[in-house]
Design a protein around this ligand. Structure first.
Ligand code: NAD
Length: 369
């Protein structure tokens, strides 16, 4: 019997609500497989700051250090509430980026998936969705502007200024390219490289290093597209994409657009992979506008469980089963409020009901032998 320690960080806003559904799935996976999960809950984000005085407290660091994998809910507050926390203690600066740095989770995988049968969830027309949207954004997660040196002050003209640095070294680029190219090899062998080399020197180096690394993957066709054009093409022709690789800030923005073309950010799970361990999280934020109402879509959180089963524990078939169980809830005509349009045919269910239906569907599937 395998035993894995998993750090559970429910986070802020809708985090605890959608994490509760993920925990239901972990418990059922235990029942169905020769595995036990030690689920250890810890504080993280704004809630941790208000409770313990730090958004990534020492106790949480210890839990995460000892874990085989980490699953976290979204963190953060709305604009006004954020002001109650000093700048450096705010959830992203004080918890999220430090966690990414601590575990060096350089490769962020964000699947953007919508089968043809669920095309009605998308704001895009049926002819654009075609046979369905199925791509993965690979985002570099520990470099670039978000991690570069920062400086602010008053310049010689007496004007307030700020300077933030976008820095990558070739090794940082090389390792994300290997991840993207290896993923392309397992999929359609086409990689779209997202860049801005007509303006940014960082993109010139990015493209050069990709050229060097791609030689090792001659079967993969590499296509280059400027980030602004990629944003347009995600709306006009998303089906041309299979694997897309991009630097940190481009990935932050384009992956939210990925959620947009699916119809909801609630459909966006992710893996953040480091050399020793990965953490898993929805791509979206804490959705303060709907928190505490039991209406959030837990797909992104349960999808993060599925990604963990495959990537951290090698439970490929059970991971597929979790994905199928979630799809079957939609196929039965149910969805949470984010995907239910007024006057549409979708039967609206709440967060807990969605999780319960996933559990029922998974329970009905043949066990992995
Ligand atoms: P958001 O992603 O929280 O919400 C954007 C919109 O999507 C909202 O209308 C929200 O209701 C909806 N939405 C998001 N997830 C949903 C779900 N699972 N089901 C249904 N609807 C969902 O973006 P925001 O409002 O700009 O940010 C809120 C907070 O989250 C901010 O403090 C921000 O900094 C933080 N944030 C955290 C992370 C993270 O933890 N990794 C990522 C992004 C934003």
């Amino acid at each position: 019997m395998k035993n894995y320690k998993i750090a559970i960080l429910p986070g802020d806003g809708i985090g605890p609500e959608i994490m509760a559904e993920a925990v239901k799935v972990f418990r059922l996976v235990e029942e169905r497989n020769d595995v036990t999960f030690e689920l250890i809950e810890a504080d993280f984000g704004a809630s941790a700051y208000f409770k313990c005085g730090h958004p990534f407290p020492e106790e949480t660091i210890a839990v995460c250090d000892a874990a085989d994998a980490i699953i976290k809910g979204p963190i953060g507050l709305n604009h006004e509430e954020s002001k109650k926390i000093p700048l450096d203690m705010r959830p992203e600066r004080g918890a999220l980026l430090p966690m990414r740095r601590r575990y060096n989770t350089f490769a962020n995988f964000r699947p953007v998936f919508l089968p043809k049968s669920l095309g009605h969830f998308s704001p895009l027309k049926a002819e654009i969705i075609g046979e369905g949207i199925d791509l993965v954004m690979v985002r570099e997660l520990v470099g670039g502007l978000y991690f570069g040196d920062k400086e602010e002050g008053v310049n010689e003209q007496g004007l307030r200024y700020v300077r933030e640095t976008l820095e990558y070294d070739e090794e940082q680029i090389r390792r994300i390219m290997h991840e993207a190219l290896q993923l392309s090899m397992r999929r359609k062998k086409v990689l779209h490289n997202i860049h801005k080399s007509n303006v940014l020197r960082s993109s010139v180096l990015w493209n050069e290093v990709l050229g060097e690394v791609a030689v090792e993957y001659p079967e993969v066709e590499v296509k280059h597209i400027l980030v602004d054009a990629a944003a347009t093409m995600l709306c006009l022709n998303p089906c041309q994409f299979d694997v897309m690789v991009m630097e940190n800030m481009f990935g932050d923005i384009l992956s939210d657009q990925g959620g947009g073309i699916l119809g909801s950010l609630g459909l966006m799970p992710s893996e953040c992979k480091g050399p020793e361990k990965s953490y898993y999280e929805p791509s979206h934020g804490s959705a303060p506008d709907i928190a505490g109402q039991n209406i959030a879509n837990p797909y992104s959180m349960i999808g993060s469980v599925a990604m963990m089963l495959e990537s951290s524990f090698g439970m490929l078939q059970e991971s597929k089963n979790v994905w199928s169980a979630m799809q079957s809830v939609f196929a039965d005509g149910y969805s949470t409020a984010d995907l239910s349009k007024p006057g549409g045919s979708v039967k609206m269910i709440n967060t807990a009901e969605f999780g319960d239906r996933v559990v029922t569907a998974l329970r009905a599937m043949p066990k992995v032998v």
